[in-house]
Design a protein around this ligand. Structure first.
Ligand code: NAD
Length: 688
């Protein structure tokens, strides 16, 4: 079967889009649709045409495999296909099931009639890639569903079910049963009706379009800081409401092209592809046989263990949770229950779902109860001796073929693997806190980790809906290793003249979800303190952070103690600048004889963000990360790096690596060899 199959049912021709997995509108399919329309037009036995999708969906839009290739815009373009549909002398009925998104929905909007399955999903999600629908979507959708609904859909990119839009001009019929059959029946009924109805011919009726658009502009402006696309979407809809159709199409086209070249859109598209690239591992073929994961176990029911167990339960995988002591076990399980009950109260889960998930979690104090699990994730104290003892026991008790994973953040995974007789089965799964919420999962590949084990855990990550990135073994893996120099710069800035709120403000205006000091107060300053103390012991030659240590000596661990870099009022999370901390910082400078200086926002951003870039370059050089986009993904999914900047390495590319190197030298730093080399060759980290 070709990409567009042509068949007839009596007097109705059916053109079936068939480009698995989602009928992306690739070049061959576009060609096939136009050919099918021509064939139907020429056949005197055909009175009407149905456009339907094979498999699970009508069409999810552009074929992402063609992005950046000449096929993307090769003739016939989507515009040409849409023109061919509108120009068809015989009525064209879209039969929509599954999803009709982006270009797929735009194609359907050009048809004369549309029939949908009630559970079909429609969306114009281009805004999520920093774009707007560029094939008439902004002009036809408001004519079909009204200005307000269209604006909401286009500005947010959200998916709406056909049932929700029943009764609008978008659908001539919404219902159950075979959608192609129903579309063919409608096609027969309307075969002789003329003129052929087109959405472009409808007027947009709104009692006060101008007032509504002005309101929408204001609302969108405030929530879309850093993102031009949502505002351009409003502009396109304003054109739809105020201009003739063809003029509106021209405005849409111009706006689309102006967005295509923006850094924000390039960054969002980079992130989209980074996510897909991260699943690929150079030396692990995609058809590597994986081990089935039907049951899991977690060792340690603390902060992380509880969250990790919830991930399994949420995916329907039964999980046994083992603790060393009864009291901690009870407490850990109670915390999980509280979390599920909270979700049920907020309406995110039904009580039945919450109970079902609790029912999948089985507490135990005995290793015999975990022995048969397909994977076990260790999340006990961050202490090599404790972890090695746990791995030794796991080695003795777990069934052959079970995967032994560790959630360690800083310890040497290879050393853990060596404490077992099955290092190939050992892997790191570095979850982020709170583990049932945060998207990122660093999958740590040890020197001996089996390829099938790696492939299995990457597949499991998909099952539990995590964004997985493979990391080699090093202190801190990708994310925390880069965070170290970033935080070091933030502390140095305090010593030189800045205050915590100023540093946070600068990085938050850059777009970081949270500045470093607010972030530390949330995570707990004691965590960094204990890591620093270990480093002071292991590497006495490295500098100390007296300010950060002093803060911890005063018990200011952050939100949990009501005071950290900021102060917190009881029951509130707002970070309030604290004169006592500012005083401590200024006193520290005085005692060390440092003349404090005014530090500009740009310097704060450059020093912190470029510290990430330099460490990222070292991580790439050492092969800890497979590709620059993996590093970017870690920061986007796990560290609140602004999506519109595409991640630290992509950001460096947009600044220009020569400029990056020059700025680093200005700070007296040595640019990492890979960075210096790429800059010298006029290259970028990410190939675009
Ligand atoms: P935690 O102190 O909250 O929990 C550890 C739990 O392990 C405790 O309940 C303890 O009773 C239990 N435990 C200790 N020894 C045990 C043993 N021998 N057998 C069974 N249970 C045992 O610690 P956490 O924050 O959940 O951290 C756990 C692991 O996750 C550490 O390796 C940590 O580095 C890592 N991690 C933590 C975070 C974080 O933000 N907290 C993030 C990523 C990774």
């Amino acid at each position: 079967m070709g990409p567009a199959e042509y068949s007839t049912r009596g007097t109705v021709a059916v053109i079936t889009l068939n480009n698995p997995p989602v009928n992306g509108l690739g070049h061959a399919l576009r060609r096939g649709i136009v050919d099918g329309l021509d064939r139907a037009a020429a056949d005197p036995g055909v009175k009407a045409v149905v456009l339907a999708g094979a498999g699970k969906s009508f069409s999810a839009g552009a074929d992402i495999r063609e992005f950046g290739t000449p096929q993307m815009t090769a003739d016939p373009s989507l515009h040409a296909v849409i023109q061919a549909v509108e120009a068809s002398p015989k009525p064209v009925v879209a039969a929509i099931h599954g999803v009709a998104m982006g270009g797929g929905l735009e194609l359907a909007l050009a048809c004369h009639y549309r029939v949908a399955a009630s559970n079909a999903q429609v969306a114009l999600p281009e805004v999520k890639l920093g774009l707007l629908p560029g094939a008439g979507g902004t002009q036809r959708l408001p004519r079909a569903v009204g200005l307000e609904t269209a604006l909401n859909m286009i500005v947010s990119g959200t998916t709406v079910s056909a049932a929700q839009l029943e009764g609008t001009r978008l659908f001539d019929a919404v219902g159950e049963g075979d959608v192609v059959e129903r579309a063919a029946a409608l096609a027969e009924t309307v075969a002789d009706r003329r003129p052929l109805p087109l959405l472009r011919d409808l007027a947009i009726a709104h009692p006060s379009a101008e007032g509504f658009l002005a309101f929408a502009r204001g609302a969108v402006g405030t929530v879309s800081r850093g993102y031009p696309a949502p505002r351009r979407c409003v502009d396109a809809l304003a054109a739809a409401a105020s201009q003739p159709f063809e003029e509106g199409l021209r405005v849409e086209r111009d706006l689309f092209l102006s967005l295509l070249g923006t850094t924000e859109s390039r960054a969002l598209r980079h992130a989209f592809f980074a996510e897909r690239a991260a699943a690929k591992i150079a030396d692990v073929p995609e058809d590597t046989e994986v081990r089935p994961i039907r049951s899991a176990a977690v060792i340690g029911a603390g902060t992380m263990g509880g969250g990790i167990a919830m991930n399994f339960a949420n995916a329907g995988i039964p999980v046994t949770v083992l603790e060393a002591e009864r009291a901690r076990l009870d407490q850990g399980i109670a915390t999980i229950r509280k979390s599920y009950e909270g979700s049920a109260r907020k309406g995110k889960l039904t009580s039945a779902q919450a109970e079902e998930r609790m029912g999948l979690i089985r507490p135990t104090l005995s290793y015999t109860d975990v022995a048969s699990a397909d994977i076990v994730v260790e999340a006990v104290f961050e202490d090599m001796a404790v972890k090695q003892a746990v791995f030794k026991t796991l080695d003795e008790t777990m069934r052959a073929g079970a995967i032994l994973a560790s959630n360690t953040s800083t310890l040497d995974l290879d050393a853990l693997a060596r404490s077992t007789r099955r290092p190939a089965d050992v892997i790191g799964t570095h979850f982020f806190s709170p583990a049932h919420v945060m998207k990122l999962l660093e999958v740590v590949r040890g020197a001996a980790t089996g390829k099938d084990v790696l492939a299995t855990v990457m597949g499991l990550a998909r099952t539990i809906k995590k964004t997985a990135v493979v990391s080699g073994v090093c202190d801190g893996f990708i994310g925390n290793r880069m965070l170290e120099p970033y935080l070091r710069q933030s502390l140095l800035l305090l010593e030189e003249g800045a205050l915590p709120a100023q540093v946070d403000r600068a990085l938050e205006s850059f777009g970081m979800a949270m500045g470093p000091f607010r972030m530390n107060d949330l995570a707990g300053n004691d965590i960094g303190w204990s890591i620093r103390k270990r480093r002071y012991r292991e590497h006495p030659e490295t500098g100390r952070s007296l300010i950060a240590d002093r803060l911890c000596e005063q018990g200011r661990f952050g939100q949990k103690t009501g005071a950290g870099w900021y102060r917190y009022e009881a029951g509130r999370r707002d970070a309030l600048p604290d004169p006592a901390v500012d005083e401590m910082i200024v006193t520290d400078s005085r005692e060390r004889g440092v003349a404090r200086r005014r530090i500009a926002e740009d310097e704060i951003v450059d020093r912190c963000v470029l510290a990430l870039v330099n460490e990222g370059a070292k991580i790439l050089e050492e092969g800890i990360a497979q590709r620059a986009s993996d590093v970017d993904l870690v920061y986007l999914a796990g560290y609140g790096f602004p999506p519109f900047r595409g991640g630290p390495m992509f950001y460096a590319d947009t600044v220009g690596l020569t400029t990056v190197v020059r700025r680093m030298k200005g700070f007296g730093w040595t640019p990492a060899p890979r960075l210096a080399r790429l800059a010298g060759e006029g290259q970028t980290f990410n190939r675009s």
